[in-house]
Design a protein around this ligand. Structure first.
Ligand code: ZN
Length: 296
């Protein structure tokens, strides 16, 4: 079993993701605004349900993924009362239940399903997708934006992967060096600093930056345009580009990085007794704040 004492999660909502449709567009909205849409397993499986629902509905021709509140996503849940790393859920991929696994196999199995596996599944969804990003898009939040075909961000959005503080080489879905030129990806990961939306757009990681008040209408406009395109044509088009990315090594590179990621988790556990090197949400927030102040 995990050396961590499992504490039963206290969920603040039964609907961590809301689902609605309008004009052939499905809107999947992360709904943990109180916790900056920190992604727990409850949310991950709700997201998967929502993607499935949108794919299964023949009336839906395009999908938007967004977050309620001030921020798109603060990343994986590493410190809310609803943190449920130790909870078992019915799997969507053909993996075993992680909660029965010893040592490093525990997190390796869980993240294979819930992070790497689920993200790949959503990326390959046959309908065109848009991420609607405002405020923070941090660490695990990046993965949710990156799996979408297009990213529209508000001018107050920023992107950051600060997990080097935990001795970890980036989040599980390691698209950094595909989303950004390699040297910029190194800067992004090694320094772990915030990248404003405008700079992210400069490197092609974001398609469009709009004022905060215009974000929803800008996304709606594009989503409705996507919905008018022939469905099969959209599916083939995104598959073609995804295939080119995979030919360039995205999938195999991610597989390699995933194993480095888990070597780092295991090393943390061996050295400090904690897979995250003793840094929870509050610890990460404090470290980030101190670093921002140092920059002056
Ligand atoms: Zn991890």
């Amino acid at each position: 079993m995990s050396p961590d004492r499992p504490t039963p999660p206290e969920y603040e909502t039964d609907t961590p993701v809301t689902y609605s449709t309008e004009n052939q567009v499905a809107w999947l909205m992360m709904n943990r605004a109180r916790f900056n849409n920190a992604q727990n397993s409850q949310m991950t499986y709700a997201l998967d349900d929502a993607f499935q629902r949108a794919v299964n509905d023949p009336e839906v021709k395009a999908i938007v993924l967004g977050g309620e509140g001030k921020h798109f996503s603060a990343g994986h849940d590493i410190g809310t009362p609803g943190r449920d790393v130790d909870s078992a859920f019915p799997r969507r991929l053909l993996w075993e239940d992680h909660t029965t696994k010893p040592g490093a196999e525990y997190l390796y199995t869980r993240e294979h399903e819930q992070y790497l596996g689920m993200c790949r599944r959503w990326r390959d969804c046959p309908k065109p997708t848009i991420a609607m990003v405002q405020g923070a898009c941090v660490a695990g939040g990046l993965m949710l934006a990156w799996v979408c075909d297009l990213i529209v961000a508000s001018d107050d959005a920023f992107f950051q992967d600060p997990v080097i503080r935990m001795g970890i080489p980036g989040v599980e879905y390691f698209a950094h060096a595909f989303e950004l030129p390699p040297r910029i990806a190194k800067e992004f990961l090694l320094l772990g600093e915030r990248m404003p939306a405008a700079r992210a757009a400069h490197f092609g990681m974001v398609n469009k930056v709009v004022p905060r008040d215009d974000l929803q209408s800008a996304v709606q406009g594009w989503a409705e345009t996507l919905a008018e395109r022939p469905s099969l044509g959209s599916w083939l088009t995104k598959q073609a580009v995804n295939h080119i990315e995979d030919l360039r090594g995205k999938r195999t590179g991610m597989d390699a990085a995933y194993h480095m990621h888990h070597f780092a988790h295991a090393q943390n556990e061996l050295v400090s007794g904690d897979r995250l090197s003793g840094l929870d949400a509050a610890g990460m927030a404090r470290a980030n704040k101190a670093a921002e102040q140092d920059k002056g």
